[in-house]
Design a binder for this molecule. Structure first.
Ligand code: HEM
Length: 419
């Protein structure tokens, strides 16, 4: 049986993307949770940061937006005020400003609205799986996991079918900005200064800006006014409308957030099914209750969005250390989801896990993932359709992880299907 145990030496440098090349350094997170639940890391070429690694602390701190603010950047990198203002979306604001914008689009991503996409998601899954399975051997990430999220998001946003592959490529360039496989402008290796006012410091941001503008022009011409992209442009309860820049940043956020995270949850699920055939059998025989709990367990185990950053608004003490106002504080959701104090046997998949208080979606905080119902439904339907079609899935070569300390996931997984 393949071991899901991590292999790092327990002292990985969390500021380095290279520390995540073999997957998240879970021995390091386990040691930090045990010995140093609030830990300081230095960062090359920038200000250091605090890491919070325990489930309990992350839940507490994530809800305390008055103490730990999102309004000075949410990534590990430092941002000047100018960069922050140029790149921010409502994700980089705090309540009440955040709530006023979020409410405009919240309903469009709510559980009952997303449930109406079930048939469309199934249709997309049918076509992706039929094509891949017919070929017998394929890359489970490129040919399956990578295909679904943008095809569905494209339908929600009303982007033409012909643009979807391009949008996936641009989404990858944005969010996988530390992996040379996906971008020429590797954020910690190339000089990205020219793009510092663009989302993710990436030139793909500029292309997506132009695309969003042209898309809205087309929609206006057709008299289309009801979609998600129009909702975010409505005045809030105080009559304020987001700026054009914020709108385009929101578009980039959706293309980035809606693309990779669900992909890497599916990729992790397929890796697990290939390496633990008993999970496949369990899904195949699963009742409705199992299909309620299994997607969240795969997402907990995958934890693709490994951290988000906050900034301390005032000095505070935690675990005997003093955080100073202005310090960067990282909430490592990926570590919380393996916390032995919160989960029995956290490194194993228990598809019936109930309750499952994972924080992969940033649970507890005001920024809890907007797309979580969509992601859950996509993972569920893809797996339901897969298990109907196959006898077994075999991993036929080594898998590879994305080079990133922000988004964690398997980017290559060669497999063969057995009927
Ligand atoms: C398994 C898949 C996904 C995971 C693990 C995930 C994870 C997260 C996390 C951890 C946050 C909280 C950010 C914070 O605390 O600052 C978040 C926020 C967000 N997510 Fe997701 N996400 C997923 C899928 C999606 C999808 C499919 C979409 C869009 C279609 C999406 C759109 C967003 C947006 C817009 C926010 C910002 C919400 C706000 O600031 O109020 N996500 N996501």
């Amino acid at each position: 049986m393949t071991s899901f145990a991590p292999t790092d030496d327990g002292h990985a440098d969390l500021s380095s993307h290279d520390s995540f090349l073999a997957g998240a350094p879970h021995n390091t997170f386990a040691r930090l949770r045990r010995e140093e639940p609030l830990a300081w890391s230095e960062m090359d070429g920038g200000r250091g940061f605090w890491s919070v690694t325990r489930h309990h602390d992350i839940l507490e701190l994530n809800r305390n937006f008055e103490l730990l603010s999102s309004a000075q950047g949410i990534r590990m990198e430092d941002q000047t005020r100018e960069e922050y203002l140029a790149r921010r979306t409502f994700q980089e604001t705090d309540p009440p400003e955040h709530s006023r914008t979020r409410v405009l689009v919240a309903k469009a991503f709510s559980k009952p609205v997303v449930a109406q996409f079930e048939i469309q998601i199934k249709e997309i899954c049918d076509s992706i799986l039929d094509a891949a399975i017919e070929s017998g051997s394929f890359d489970a990430v490129k040919d399956v996991a990578r295909q679904l999220p943008m095809r569905m998001l494209g339908r929600i946003l009303g982007t033409p079918e012909r643009d979807l592959d391009w949008l996936v490529e641009k989404g990858d360039q944005l969010i996988a900005n530390a992996d040379p496989e996906f971008t020429k402008h590797v954020v910690d290796r190339a000089d990205t200064d020219a793009y510092r006012l663009m989302p993710f410091r990436s030139p793909a941001g500029a292309e997506l800006f132009d695309y969003a503008k042209a898309l809205m022009r087309e929609k206006d011409k057709r008299g289309e006014t009801g979609g998600v992209l129009h909702l975010i442009l409505q005045p809030d309860m105080h009559g304020n409308v987001i700026s054009e820049l914020e709108f385009r940043n929101f578009f980039c956020l959706l293309v980035a957030a809606g693309n990779d995270t669900t992909r890497y949850s599916i990729a992790a699920s397929l890796y697990a099914l290939a390496n633990r055939p008993e999970l496949l059998a369990e899904l195949r025989n699963g009742d409705a209750q199992l299909w309620e709990t299994a997607p969240d367990e795969f997402i907990r185990w995958a934890s693709p969005t490994m951290h988000f950053r906050r900034t301390a608004t005032r000095d505070f003490d935690l675990h005997g250390k003093q955080v100073k106002a202005g310090d960067k504080v990282l909430l490592w959701f990926v570590s919380a989801n393996r916390d032995e104090m919160a989960f029995d046997d956290p490194f194993e998949l228990n598809l019936k896990r109930t309750p499952n208080r994972h924080v992969a979606f940033g649970q507890g905080g005001p920024h809890i993932c907007l797309g979580m119902w969509l992601a859950r439904l996509e993972v569920k339907i893809l797996l339901q359709e897969l298990v109907k079609r196959i006898g077994a899935i075999e991993q036929t070569g080594p898998h590879e992880f994305l080079r990133s300390n922000f988004i964690g996931g398997i980017k290559r997984l060669p497999v063969k299907i057995h009927h």
